[in-house]
Design a binder for this molecule. Structure first.
Ligand code: MG
Length: 171
C-alpha cells in the first residue's frame, strides 16, 4: 500500500508531466510560427513523450488501487524572443522535473517504499537522458544556429526525430 504522501506526490507528478507536454507543445508551436518545421517536430514528439510519462504515473497509481486526481494544467508562461530561448527553457525545465522525481524518490526511500523506488528508477534514468538531450540542443544551436545554412541543416536533423513509445510498461 502506498502512503498518503506518496499518492499525493505521484498525483502531482501526473500534473507536472502534462504541464511539460503543454510547455513543449507551446515551444513546438513557436517554431512552427517561425518556419522551423524540424524543431516543431522535435518538440511535438517531446510533448508526446511527456504525455506518456503522465499516463505511466497514472497507471502506477491505479495498479496500486489508488484513484487518479486530474488537476488543472497551468498555462505555459515562457516567452520566446530568439530561436535559442525554448532550447534553454527546455533544459532548465528538465532540471526542475529531475528535482521533482528526486523528491518523490527521497520520500519513498524514507518510507522504505521499495516498490515506488523501483518504479521511479526508470524515470531517474530517463531524466538523465532528457537533460543530456536538452543540453545537446542548446550546444548545437550555439555552435551552428547563427548561420542560416547550418540552421537549415540543424532543422533537418530535428525533423528526423521519430516517436518511440516508452520502454516502461505498467501492469
Ligand atoms: Mg517527463
Amino acid at each position: 500500500m502506498l502512503s498518503k504522501k506518496i499518492v499525493e506526490m505521484l498525483n502531482a507528478q501526473v500534473n507536472a508531466e502534462f504541464y511539460s507536454a503543454y510547455l513543449y507543445l507551446d515551444m513546438a508551436n513557436y517554431y512552427k510560427d517561425e518556419g522551423l518545421d524540424g524543431y516543431f517536430n522535435w518538440y511535438k514528439i517531446q510533448a508526446q513523450e511527456e504525455r506518456d510519462h503522465a499516463v505511466l504515473f497514472m497507471e502506477y497509481l491505479q495498479q496500486n488501487g489508488e484513484a487518479v486526481v486530474l488537476d488543472a494544467i497551468a498555462k505555459p508562461d515562457k516567452e520566446f524572443k530568439e530561436f535559442i530561448d525554448p532550447l534553454k527553457a527546455g533544459a532548465e525545465h528538465e532540471r526542475v522535473v529531475t528535482a521533482l522525481i528526486n523528491d518523490i524518490y527521497a520520500v519513498a526511500y524514507e518510507e522504505k517504499d521499495f516498490r515506488t523506488m523501483q518504479f521511479l528508477d526508470w524515470f531517474v534514468k530517463e531524466q538523465a537522458e532528457e537533460e543530456d538531450n536538452a543540453d545537446d540542443n542548446v550546444k548545437k544551436f550555439e555552435l551552428f544556429g547563427g548561420d542560416s545554412r547550418s540552421l537549415y541543416e540543424l532543422d533537418l536533423e530535428m525533423a528526423a526525430r521519430v516517436y518511440t513509445a516508452p520502454s516502461l510498461v505498467i501492469g
